[in-house]
Every structure is written in C-alpha cells, then in structure tokens.
Design a protein around this ligand. Structure first.
Ligand SMILES: Cc1cc2nc3c(=O)[nH]c(=O)nc-3n(C[C@H](O)[C@H](O)[C@H](O)COP(=O)(O)OP(=O)(O)OC[C@H]3O[C@@H](n4cnc5c(N)ncnc54)[C@H](O)[C@@H]3O)c2cc1C
Length: 606
C-alpha cells in the first residue's frame, strides 16, 4: 500500500474555523492546558507516531496475524515495540485523571488521537481502545481502592483492559448471560464461565490484562436485571502496583477471522477466577453502558478512519492509472490515455469517500464537544450537567456508530472499486481495508441494534420525540444564519426543510407505532440512516459556511482548500443527500411489507 498521511489541514480547519475549539477548551474546567499551541504539538506528534510507526505495521500485521503459542497470544512482529513507544509517549493517559497518572486533557483530544491511530492501524488501536473503555468504567463506577489498584497501571499503559460481555448463546441479548459469580467471605467473588469473541483478551503487549466481566450472582433475578459487573485480572495485583500470581483465566481459542487479524479475538475461560464487583450488585448493565458508549463512539471512528485511508490511496491511484479518454475530449494528449481522474464515475466514487471521511470527521468533532462537557460534569460532580450532556450524546451515539460505520464500509468498498481488479489483489492493500472495516457494523451493537436504540429508546420512549426537536432546533438556528449568502442559501433551505421533515417523520412513527407494534423495528434502520444523512448535511453546511468565511476574510487555509470544501458540500447536497428521501419514504411503509410472509413461505426447496 502506498502511504498514510495524517489529515492535519482538515483537522485544523475543523478545530479552529468550524467548531472554535480554542474557545470551547477555555470554557472547560479541565481545558486550560489545551491551548492552541499545546493541541497543535500533541496532534503533530501523534501524526508522526501514526505515519512512522503504526502505519508501516498495518499490512505486515495482517499478513502475520496473531498466534496462540502455549496458551498465550503473540502479536505480530513490531507490535510490542510500537506499544512500548505508545506507552513511553504517555498516549494512554492523555485524557485521563491526573491522580491516576493521566494528563487530564479534554476527552475530545483523546478522540482525535484515536482517529489518527485508528486510521493508520485499526487492529493495533484496538488494544489501547478497549483499555480506554475499561478505564472509563472503573473511573466512574469503581471504588477508590479499585481505581488505585487498576486504573493507575492502566493509565500508564502497563496494564490493558477488555470488555467481556458476549457468550456463545448471546451477544445482543445479554439478559441470557450465564457466567457465575459466587461470593466469598472476604468480599471477593469466584467467577466461572466462558466468554467468546473477546478483543485483546490476551496478548504480549502489557504486563497484565484487566477483564471487565458481566456475570450473575447465585440469587440474581433473571434477565438484564440480574447482571453484575466484575474486575477479573489475568494476574492478581501483588499489592505493590505490579502483576502477581496467575488468576483462573485462560485463552480457550484464538478466532480465525475475515479481517483485523492483528487484533486478538479470544475465547476466554474463567475457572473459579478471583473477581471483584464494580458498582452495585445487579446494576452491571448500567455500569456497562458507560463502557459501551465509549466503545460505540470509538467504533464510529472506524467508519471515518478507514474511509480516509482508502480515499488517500484510491486518489493517488486514480491520478496515476490511465484508461481511455475523457468523454469531453482528450485531457492529457501527450499520454497514451487520460487518467482515471477525468471519468465522472470515478470522481463519484472518490467524492463519496471524501464526503464521508470529512463529513464523518466533522460529526465526531461536533459530538466530542458534548463528551467534553459531560466529562467536566463528572469532574465537577454536577449531576444536572452530566444528565444534560449525557442525553445529547446518547441521542447522537447510535447515529454516529450506526450510520458512520455503514457509510465508512461503503467508502472502503468504493476505494477498492477505484483500483478495478487490482483492488481485489492483496498487494495494494485495498481489500485489507475492506476486510478490516466490515466488523465495524457488527460489534459494539449491530447497526440494527443501534437503530432500535435510536428510534425505540432515545427518540420514542425516553423523549417522545424531544431529542429530535432539540437537535433540529440547533440545525434550524444555524441554517437561518446563512439564508442571505447566495452560495449557502440552497443548502440552508434544505437543512430547514429536513429539520421539519425529521420531526414530522418522528411524529408519524409515534402515531403508527401505537397501533402497529412491529413498526418501530420495521422503521428503525431507515430512521437511523435518514438521521445520519441529515446530521452529515448539517455538518457540510457548517463546513461550507466556514469555507465561505475563510475565503472572504483570508483564513488560515489556502483558497484551493476552501473551494474544495464548497465543491464537496455541493456534491454532498446534490448527489448523496437525496438518499435520505428514499429512507423517509421507506420508513413509513406499514410493517406488513416485512411481516406478512410466513416463516415457512420464505423458501420452498429447502
Ligand atoms: C471480531 C469481533 C470482536 C468482538 N469483540 C468483542 C469484545 O471485545 N467483547 C464482547 O463482549 N464481544 C465482542 N464481540 C461480540 C460482538 O459484540 C457480537 O458479535 C455482537 O454484539 C452481535 O452479537 P451476536 O454475534 O450474538 O449476534 P446476535 O445477537 O445473534 O444477532 C444476530 C442478528 O440478529 C439481529 N438482532 C438480534 N436481536 C435483535 C432484535 N431484538 N431486533 C432486531 N434485530 C436483532 C442482529 O442485529 C444481527 O443482525 C466481538 C465480535 C467480533 C466478531
């Protein structure tokens, strides 16, 4: 594969011209240190680490994969050294609490770091990524002793964490979890059960692995109301901050899978292992939601990063590869044929990739400001603030996770298509990006589950449409500001119309769902995709407005950069956004169109 270059120009544009991150950081109780110079230095260093250390291991990691040797997982060559560099750079504790060894910088900076690292080498980034989720759970729900014991070495990166939810009989429906937790006299528990598909379940990068495990105590009620959360370390802490004796945790198997081969996916066996309860008994699912929300936004990045990587390489190829002549006449007469760049259909693919990568990045940076406020709410112990931003982020999380991973995967497929048959050949690395990205719509809750969470829980049940009303109000207020600008006006109108339509669709679904019980599930996917297209359109309007301002006032970027933003916005509004209407039409179709066919009538020969 050709190369990866961190998109720092786009990042700076978003930070300084679209979202005014400098003012945002100064408004946060943990943001004083995040000055523009500091942010610039951090992102610059991160870019170097990604370009020089992580990306060169991306393809070799796929070819070599992880191996299970004598019951322990070995990561591919170079991963251990790269992880040591990651730890030495203090990257794991960038946005973590100072008292446990972190740098206490805003959460959004951690997300920007994660995006770059995930783009350069997604499988590598899963090791620290999972650990981050475990750290957030312990920070919010662990007691002080647990935080001192586990959070400190995890923040340093000496220990890593996992998320052990899935069992052979259940992934989505965690109410079926069977792993047992038997209380001991000293207040600890003995954990017994099997967890499957555990990312980073075992590896040779860190001294210890802290498993965060869902299990049931003996008298627990059935279903999700009887699930508790436990810390189960691979090695028991020795009381001096180091890993001690081995616990009853072993690797049952290492999965062979389609992609992310350098990320270890393990079957984990817990045999009478020592475990320590996190939070209250039977409140495990609530605690786990912290983990899942972090992980879901983390997984949304897997829509943006691979779209960016695939785009960078498809663009370079399209400029070099020659095929036939442009329909409007020869463009490079001195060459044997014109480059792929002159064919409208190739441009459709490249512009779709660009619109998804840049539009998706803007969505992440927008939502990240809510995450920053929510973290500050926790630091300030301000429950109202926590609730306010948790609600806002809770509404956006399934859209980010569901929509961005679907569109990101599509973008990686388009990147492969730009290469023609060469895209299917391993050498170029384009098929690896497709394989590695396919998982993003499956783990951390499938797209179908994100869609149900969005429409069923967040929109209809919890807020009776209020979440959509709040968000569309923000969209309309922004759009109204741009009605006097002749370039932005048509897009601002579109946003105003979509704001009305989104509310109307929500209302219609609410009414229909009262009589038609299957309607929520039937409409959810279309509602999710529609919401994603609209959110991305809102971001393209904001980016176009910032580009207009940059052109008028001589902003930090080049004129070509601003004009490219405007051209991509136009492409998005004219050629991608119309798909939202298809989803709008489809979501109102009665559930009968899905439910009427009898199970036995799906097929007649088998
Ligand atoms: C590479 C990889 C890494 C993973 N890492 C982890 C990890 O670190 N920790 C962990 O705990 N798990 C992990 N998983 C598991 C993953 O999160 C689950 O596979 C996923 O949540 C889906 O669960 P399932 O496979 O049991 O599918 P099922 O729950 O059986 O779902 C099958 C299909 O039915 C749909 N479906 C199910 N219920 C409903 C419903 N009520 N309404 C509508 N549709 C429904 C789903 O959307 C899906 O399309 C990983 C999996 C893989 C492949």
């Amino acid at each position: 594969m050709a190369s990866y270059k961190a998109p720092l120009t786009d990042v700076n544009f978003l930070l300084n011209e679209v979202f005014d991150y400098p003012s945002h950081y100064q408004s946060l109780s943990n943001g004083a240190e995040a000055t523009p110079d500091m942010v610039d230095a951090i992102l610059g260093e991160c870019a170097k680490f990604c370009e020089n250390t992580l990306f060169p291991l991306y393809q070799s990691g796929d070819q070599e994969g992880c191996k299970l040797v004598d019951g322990e997982v070995k990561t591919p060559a170079g991963y251990k050294e790269a992880y040591e560099e990651y730890v030495a750079g203090g990257w794991q504790g960038l946005s973590s609490l100072e008292e446990y060894g972190g740098q206490n910088l805003p959460a959004s900076l951690g997300l920007m770091k994660q995006e770059m690292m995930g783009t350069a080498n997604w499988p590598f980034s899963m090791y620290p990524g999972l650990s981050m989720g475990a750290m957030n759970t312990l920070q919010l729900h662990g007691d002080e002793d647990q935080r001192q014991t586990y959070l400190t070495p995890m923040t340093e990166g000496r220990w890593t964490g996992t998320m052990c939810l899935t069992e052979p009989q259940c992934g989505t429906d965690l109410g079926q979890v069977r792993t047992k937790a038997v209380p001991q006299e000293d207040g600890s528990y003995r954990i017994t059960g099997t967890k499957i598909f555990i990312s980073s379940g075992d590896h040779d990068l860190a001294e210890n692995i802290v498993h965060i495990v869902l299990a049931r105590t003996p008298e627990a009620p059935k279903g999700t109301k009887g699930i508790s959360l436990f810390i189960v370390p691979k090695y028991l802490p020795d009381g001096k901050g180091n890993a001690g004796e081995a616990n009853g945790v072993s690797v049952g198997a290492l999965e062979e899978k389609m992609g992310i081969k350098a990320s270890a996916t393990c079957t984990m066996n817990f045999d009478d292992a020592n475990g320590y309860m996190v939070g209250e008994e039977n409140k495990g699912m609530e605690c786990m939601f912290t983990f899942m929300n972090t992980a879901r936004i983390g997984t949304a990045i897997q829509g943006v990063g691979p779209a960016e990587l695939s785009y960078q390489n498809a663009l370079a190829y399209a400029k070099e590869r020659r095929s036939m002549r442009a329909l409007s006449g020869k463009k490079e007469p001195e060459q044997v044929a014109d480059s792929l760049m002159y064919h409208a259909d190739v441009r459709r693919m490249l512009l779709t990739q660009k619109a998804v990568a840049e539009g998706g990045r803007a969505m992440l940076y927008d939502a990240a400001q809510y995450a920053d406020h929510m973290v500050c709410g926790h630091l300030e112990e301000d429950t109202k603030k926590i609730q306010k931003y948790d609600d806002k982020l809770g509404f956006l999380t399934p859209i980010l996770k569901g929509f961005l991973t679907e569109k990101g995967y599509e973008a990686t497929n388009l990147g492969m298509q730009v290469f023609g048959g060469h895209g299917y050949i391993k050498e170029h690395g384009m098929e690896q990006i497709v394989r590695d990205t396919r998982i993003a719509t499956l783990y951390e809750g499938t797209t179908g589950i994100q869609a149900l969470d969005l429409l069923g829980r967040k929109v209809l049940m919890m807020t009776q449409g209020g979440a959509v009303r709040d968000f569309t109000l923000r969209m309309s207020n922004e759009a109204r500001k741009h009605l006097t600008d002749s370039t932005l006006r048509p897009w601002a109108w579109q946003i105003l119309k979509l704001a009305t339509q989104w509310n109307w669709l929500t209302f219609r679904l609410m009414v229909i769902a009262r009589k038609d019980r299957d309607m929520v599930s039937a409409a959810a996917h279309d509602f999710l995709m529609y919401s994603g297209y609209v959110y991305m359109a809102f971001m393209w309007l904001r980016m176009a407005a910032a580009a207009r301002q940059g052109l008028a006032e001589g902003g930090d970027q080049s004129e070509d950069f601003y004009n490219a933003k405007l051209a991509t916005a136009e492409f998005y509004f004219e050629r991608m956004l119309p798909q939202a209407q298809g989803h709008a039409d489809s979501m109102l179709s009665p559930s009968d169109t899905l439910m009427q066919l009898g199970n036995e009538a799906f097929a007649f020969d088998y």
